[in-house]
Design a protein around this ligand. Sequence first.
Ligand SMILES: Nc1ncnc2c1ncn2[C@@H]1O[C@H](COP(=O)(O)OP(=O)(O)OP(=O)(O)O)[C@@H](O)[C@H]1O
Ligand SMILES: [Mg+2]
Length: 258
Amino acid sequence: MIGLFDSSILGIENLSYVFPGEEKEKSIFQHVSLDVKPGEFVSIIGSSGSGKSTLFRLIAGLLEPTSGQIWINGQLSDKRLGKVGYMPQKDLLLPWRTVIDNVSLPLELTKENKKQKLTEIKEWLSRFGLSGYENAYPHELSGGMKQRVAFLRTMMTGKELLLLDEPFGALDSLTKRNMHSWLLELWGELQKTVLFITHDLEEAILLSDRIYLLPGRNKPFIQEVNVDLPRPRNSELIYQSEFIGMRKELEWLIRDER
Ligand SMILES: Nc1ncnc2c1ncn2[C@@H]1O[C@H](COP(=O)(O)OP(=O)(O)OP(=O)(O)O)[C@@H](O)[C@H]1O
Ligand SMILES: [Mg+2]
């Protein structure tokens, strides 16, 4: 079916979700609409428990909407499993597999020839700062490295749309800042579309083209904020006045919600 979100990689219209067995009043969110264009980096901000991870599970096809519609690549999609790359909130690296075997897991699942792709995988490992760690096990890696492995594994699904659920949430502020610099440098090359959940306003502004604020107690509707800061960006941007102004605007919108 062709329609509303022809030029979008992801379109969501009037989405509501109630967990099975819960009363309608306990819906996690109501009337969420959003769209993401190819190549965009879009962040989602919302308080803890506002349903961000649930939204990702709905998009990935692990849950079905109570009402509303989800479009992927311009098509109304009720079979969404396997159509997007999904990095869940908790790092789910397999502890008994090495870095390279964790990263190549999506290829095994789709029965692609891993050997043929090995050169490509090694090149990506190097760009992700993981050269020399191909044969290390997850417990031998730092927190930031584990997150990069999980991110790379999500990329190796080969899907154009990547859903990243707080990928840097558990990292200390210095490591997080390094990850931001790294991701900003890499962003032009990746040629992916990212939907990114975060609690960190600075992170959202620095990385995103647009930000959605999920509905809260006093704000029943989703809000959208454009980040009109030129690219390429680097992490020094946070000290500039446009950035600080943007941050104030976002803080004001969020404070108003509580
Ligand atoms: N399987 C489930 N059954 C019933 N309620 C659930 C279930 N899973 C999550 N919830 C509830 O749904 C709400 C939204 O959870 P979700 O994990 O989507 O929030 P979140 O915005 O990702 O929070 P956080 O920022 O803490 O990660 C929470 O109130 C949670 O208790
Ligand atoms: Mg969550």
